[in-house]
Design a protein around this ligand. Structure first.
Ligand SMILES: Cc1cc2nc3c(=O)[nH]c(=O)nc-3n(C[C@H](O)[C@H](O)[C@H](O)COP(=O)(O)OP(=O)(O)OC[C@H]3O[C@@H](n4cnc5c(N)ncnc54)[C@H](O)[C@@H]3O)c2cc1C
Length: 447
């Protein structure tokens, strides 16, 4: 036993607030930690790390509770240092910089920035935490225009494995700064503050939402993949193809330009099949953000357990992967099951692959798919179906996205980080040589 005491808002198993504290967005990852520390400042984070070390208790850090696989931001019988009470934002309008504590969610953050006339490549899934998403890269529909979330990171403050508060930026601890832009959450230290570059938002933007009946998915997908990665880079969009029982596919996104131009650019899509809805609107930037992320209460916990996996596509999909997707969606029984794609390129691709730890800059598009279930009896079948698709898609795709982790991936270093993995291991060896921050698929220190 050491002398360090836990500080901050401390909630033990059995205390008031514990039942709320154990809930994560994905019930699939929920477990029963021994104690939560809701840190109020970096000192509380430091005390938590020292306490866990002195008492030999496993620990994790959590921000927005959106981890997509088990044992990453929560741990059974351990300490969870949760930074969500730390959510201050300071905007330096003259320098175009926003300094944010890591506990804020991306929805409120992107809206506050838009209110002040700035844009940021996040906010499309408003309940995600800035703490986790930044470390793995992070993207949204304006990323083709302004890069990944991590590309806009200018500096950070974190607490290391010894409980010391350290900072990193382009001039100080540059190796840590490099690793923190794509290396994945929780590996090097627990972050308490990020500083981002925030570009000026245009006064208006065009947003769109196009919906088709499910059975047109093949022609919609074929058109989308030939168009989206190559279209004007001011246009970013998602293609979501839901399970057959949900009965639809849709494309929505943003174009940082006029409605007239957008209507012309979107023509290949609007003339494919028979869309049941075509909505294209020019709005003030803040209203455009509200359109993509409507101001309505969004459940903080998904009603179903969900399992995801993800891949990158460097080539267009032939008929074979398209039929793998179709068969999967035909058979999926969960209401949240879908395939999701986002177009890549533009500013994301302009940055060299080794400039930051985020490697996957050359794909044409990003893809993920998921299965969902309510009853524990359905879990094994759904997990197996997601894994089966991953196996089937392997010949046609590359790698995987570290922010959508999948513990079925055995060679995760290669899949998440490719040629940046060895350098990440060396940074890990420097900042956490004892591998104190160890969890499934964490980066092992270089020998
Ligand atoms: C509904 C949904 C929508 C999503 N949409 C997008 C999207 O549009 N774009 C995209 O890029 N990704 C998206 N993601 C993936 C998302 O980037 C990851 O789930 C991300 O890790 C979530 O971060 P969090 O802080 O909310 O989660 P948490 O569960 O709090 O943490 C997730 C991981 O980050 C680490 N971490 C958290 N806080 C810190 C910290 N302060 N310091 C160091 N490490 C930390 C944790 O240890 C854990 O490994 C989405 C996920 C979900 C569930």
């Amino acid at each position: 036993m050491g002398s360090t005491q836990l500080t901050g808002r401390v909630i033990y198993k059995g205390d008031l607030g514990y039942e709320e504290a154990i809930k994560n967005w994905n019930p699939y990852v929920d477990t029963f930690p021994l104690v939560f520390v809701f840190a109020q400042n970096a000192r509380d984070v430091s005390n938590g790390i020292k306490w866990a070390r002195e008492n030999d208790v496993p620990l994790r850090v959590r921000s927005g509770r959106h981890a997509l696989d088990k044992n990453l931001s929560v741990v059974k019988g351990g300490l969870v240092i949760d930074v969500s009470d730390m959510n201050k934002v300071t905007i330096d309008k003259r320098k175009g910089l926003a300094t944010v504590q890591t506990g804020i969610l991306v929805g409120p953050l992107v809206k506050e920035l838009a209110l002040n006339g700035f844009m940021a490549p996040f906010g499309d899934s408003p309940t995600v935490g800035i703490g986790g998403i930044t470390m793995g890269g992070g993207f949204g529909v304006v990323s083709r225009s302004i890069g990944l979330i991590s590309d806009n990171l200018r500096g950070l403050e974190m607490v290391d494995a010894k409980g010391r508060i350290v900072t990193a930026n382009a001039h100080h601890n540059e190796d840590l700064f490099w690793a923190s832009r794509g290396g994945g959450g929780g590996n090097f230290g627990y972050n308490t503050e990020y500083t981002f570059r925030v570009p000026r938002a245009p006064e208006t933007a065009t947003v769109f939402n196009i919906v088709w009946p499910w059975d047109q998915l093949e022609s919609v997908f074929r058109t989308w993949q030939r168009w989206a990665p190559f279209v004007d880079e001011r246009l970013g969009c998602y293609l979501e193809i839901y399970s057959k029982i949900n009965g639809l596919c849709r494309v929505n996104g943003i174009f940082l330009g006029t409605k007239t131009e957008a209507v012309r650019l979107l023509e290949p899509l609007t003339t494919t099949g028979t869309p049941t809805q075509v909505d294209i609107q020019s709005l003030f930037y803040l209203d455009a953000i509200n359109y993509l992320d409507p101001p309505q209460p969004i459940p903080e916990q998904s009603s179903q357990s969900v399992k995801f996996s993800s891949v990158w596509s460097l080539d267009l999909w032939s008929e074979e992967p398209i039929s793998i997707m179709k068969n999967y969606l035909e058979e999926a029984t969960g209401t949240e099951a879908n395939f999701f794609f986002e177009n890549w390129g533009g500013q994301i691709r302009r940055i060299p692959k080794d400039k930051t730890a985020f490697y996957w800059r050359e794909p044409l598009f990003y893809s993920e798919w998921n299965a969902s279930w309510n009853q524990p009896k359905d879990e094994a079948r759904n997990l197996a179906s997601v894994e089966k698709v991953r196996q089937q898609l392997q010949p046609f795709v590359k790698g995987s996205y570290v922010n959508v982790p999948d513990q079925n991936i055995k060679n995760f270093g290669e899949e998440y980080y490719a040629s940046n993995f060895e350098r990440l291991r060396r940074v890990k060896a420097k900042y956490d040589p004892e591998n104190f921050f160890c969890f499934p698929q964490s980066i092992p220190p270089a020998p």
